[in-house]
Design a protein around this ligand. Structure first.
Ligand code: ATR
Length: 277
């Protein structure tokens, strides 16, 4: 019997939790599959995908820095991956490469289902306009907040991202603005950090006055990389949440695409949190 084969590709990949998460999903749903991790050379993404398909790979998750290349490689692209211009999940079927993006659905699912914060009618600040932010803006709009400001150190990138989502924002009746990070004002119910600021040794890029009392402050990273932002948020009366739930939820959405079964993601998130302490 051949076993269905999946993996996560990235660089670096050593500390990826995806193999653990998918193994647990498989156990809990009674599915038989193997899910590994592959370190891909920075200039070797396309041949790595081709090799995995030749081995019988059914699908893979894609992480930094290959999400843009993954979307470009696909023969078929979902609407949300098109909007993001990036893909974190590929499915291989009958010679086709299907690209989707479940990062945003993972974020929104974690905020709404796991953290219990309904985004509808809320004022949201998305900090950053790189790949991480691009992956989540469409699904955030689908949750119908009243307002989203996208702010970035390089304003032009925020403006481009906002322009690409302008039609969706109109349809969702969400006010969508791009603003420079410098001098940003306003008060928000939900603040999402999608910058790499902490990795670059930078501090929290916005003023505490942007946090409404009791606001949700969400960092899309987890572990030490998220600590600075989360501590800052707590010090200023916000509810702080790291991106571990987003990681599990985007994996659950990938698993659903591949296996047609929704795994018990909340249970796996609780287990993962306990496992990593
Ligand atoms: P990712 O895929 O993680 O989003 P990226 O595409 O390189 O990575 O984007 C990094 C994001 O973090 C960008 O929004 C970047 O701002 P610029 O577009 O101005 O480069 C932001 N960023 C990185 N370091 C930062 C810092 N010290 N302060 C504020 N924003 C920072």
């Amino acid at each position: 019997m051949t076993i269905d084969l999946y993996c996560v590709m990235g660089h670096p990949i050593e500390h990826s939790k995806s193999p653990w998460i998918h193994a647990r999903f498989a156990e809990l749903t009674g599915q038989t599959l193997r899910y590994g991790k592959r370190l891909i050379a920075l200039d070797g993404f396309v041949p790595a995908v081709q090799a995995f398909v030749a081995e019988g790979g059914q699908g893979c998750n894609i992480t930094v820095p290959f999400k843009f290349e993954a979307a470009a490689l696909a023969t078929h692209t979902s609407e949300r991956a098109l909007l993001a211009q990036a893909s974190n999940v590929l499915t291989f079927k009958d010679g086709a490469i299907l690209a989707d993006n479940t990062d945003g659905a993972g974020l929104v699912g974690d905020i709404q289902r796991n953290a219990g914060v309904d985004l509808r009618g809320r004022r949201v600040l998305l900090i950053g306009a790189g790949g991480a932010a691009a992956g989540v803006l469409g699904p955030l709009l689908l949750a119908q907040p009243a307002h989203i400001t996208v702010t970035n150190r390089t304003l032009a990138k925020a403006s481009t991202l906002v322009a690409r989502h302008a039609t969706l924002a109109l349809l969702q009746k969400t006010e969508l603005l791009a603003q420079d990070l410098r001098g940003l004002e306003g008060d928000f119910d939900v603040i999402i950090n999608a910058t790499a600021s902490s990795l670059n040794g930078g501090g929290v890029p916005v003023a505490a006055s942007t946090l409404k009392p009791g606001a949700l402050a969400y960092d899309m990273m987890y572990g030490p990389a998220a600590e600075g932002f989360l501590n800052w948020a707590r010090e200023h009366g916000a509810v702080a949440r790291d991106g571990l739930g987003m990681l599990v939820e985007q994996a659950a959405e990938s698993f659903l695409i591949w296996r047609g079964v929704r795994p018990p993601s909340q249970q796996v998130l609780t287990e993962l949190r306990a496992a990593i302490g």
